[in-house]
Design a binder for this molecule. Structure first.
Ligand code: 16G
Length: 168
């Protein structure tokens, strides 16, 4: 429900009307052939994923109802996926057996910069997280992206946000 959004889009765009020849929708199994993995490779290493691997993972995610919401933007002319963001939901015991949301894998193809599509994706996921009952939504990102997420209402938690990693 974008009427709840406090983020200003100028010119106005929304999930229903993201711009000419663009469509916002959930990821579908056919997106393997619409450049979804190539899009993700603009964000980080993807690797050589076969169609079977993609479909197996897609169906595994789909069968965990309410845990993975992968939103994509399709260019309806080229038939390519040009943007994506994911809401990953984690089940908790804390916060009244609540849900924690994570904003993950936000990416927009270079050629589509300047159309507020990153902003649209992030706001879509933020509203979705609220709608499905997450008590918070968090993200980690590159230093250069901090300003962007701050503009969209995310805050660095002073003295309380030490993002730590072990890489394998
Ligand atoms: C960024 C992404 C994260 C993604 C990671 C991949 C956002 C808000 N953050 O931090 O979701 O998984 O990059 O990088 O989109 P990695 O390969 O170093 O894990």
């Amino acid at each position: 429900d974008f009427s709840k959004s406090k983020v200003i889009f100028d010119p106005p765009i929304s999930v229903i009307d993201p711009g000419e020849n663009l469509k916002v929708r959930p990821l579908c199994s056919g997106d393997y052939d619409r450049g979804y993995l190539k899009l993700l490779s603009f964000l980080t290493k993807v690797g050589d994923i076969s169609r079977k691997q993609f479909l197996d993972r897609f169906h595994a995610m789909s069968s965990c109802k309410g845990m993975h919401y992968i939103t994509v933007i399709e260019d309806t002319v080229s038939g390519q996926i040009i943007g994506s963001a994911t809401l990953a939901v984690e089940q908790k015991f804390i916060h009244d057996a609540g849900f924690r949301g994570r904003l993950e894998d936000v990416v927009v193809s270079d050629e589509y910069r300047g159309r507020q599509l990153g902003k649209l994706l992030v706001e879509t996921i933020r509203l979705l997280a609220e709608h499905v009952g997450c008590y918070k939504i968090t993200l980690d990102c590159r230093d250069r992206m901090v300003k962007f997420y701050k503009q969209l209402g995310f805050q660095l938690e002073e003295g309380n946000s030490n993002f730590m990693t072990v890489r394998f």
